[in-house]
Design a binder for this molecule. Sequence first.
Ligand code: SF4
Length: 338
Amino acid sequence: MIPPPVCSRKTLEIGSKHSPEMMCLPFKVFIGNYIESIEKGADTIIITGSCGPCRFGLYSLIQEDILQDLGYDVDLIVIDSIKEGYKEFISNLKKITKTNTLPQLYKSSRLALDLIKRADDLTQKSNYTRAYAVDKNHVNQIMDNYLKTSVQIHGASELINLINKTKEELSNVKLLENYNPIKIGIIGEIYTIIEPFVNLDVERKLGQLGVLVDKSLTPTKWLEHHVINYPFGSEDENNKFKLAKPYLHTPIGGHGRETLGSAIHYKNLGYDGVIQILPLNCMPEIVAKSILKNVSKDLDFPIMTLVVDEMTGEAGFVTRLEAFVDLLSKRREKHLIG
Ligand code: SF4
């Protein structure tokens, strides 16, 4: 496996140069990722597909054309939803897991899912620890070291050992006593939520402010809903659809419905507020954003929206986060006094 270099300004510049201008941000970062990986020697690219009413369903088609026009000879494997074709789904999985029989495929897939879950759990543990840590930079150092080492090691057992070691280091971080952090849910478009370069490392920035952060979507949550519990879906995500129903009946593509359901879900969990993050030009999230105004008003629940694109500046972003956290702290104080 050739992991693409960690996303950077350079990745985005390469991607923006070769993408249609009005395309959404994840598309451009993907193109940058592909080209940087190809230059490191990759000859195959794996991407998930989509059949929903948003641009993601077209990503692989347009991206294949762009790569061909640039003269790159790569195999683009698209893992579409199972309902788009069971046979192709299995054949693609066999190809990428290098297995031929169904039991072998099952074993390899279980291992991959397990590793993804362990990695996601570790990130969430770091978010928890950072919120309570006396020295938040210590948590950052532990996680930086984990990320740096994870691309230098090989194989599942080495990765599991690294994750376990990092977990232990996080468990030893000194925590504040009697501390009740502000709790914020991060909702919105999945790629923007999970890619730190694109969301300007929002989890870490909020953690530095002593906020406990939880993401509404992670690779694990996505897999649990779309693959592991197929065709019924996961209980959590189905519940979000139910919560969103009074505001939106039909799917609008991307994770627009989940965004609405997740906002209500976090309100029900007693969170102080949510932040919706979306890439500029993301149609499903723009629709969700307009409806979130009603959700916020009906539930008396603070919701802030952050739009990210190539021009998003760090300073303005941090100021908005600080102002939102300030607002939530004041609301909490007011409720306590009241
Ligand atoms: S959900 Fe939004 S950002 Fe993602 S592919 Fe669709 S339109 Fe683009």
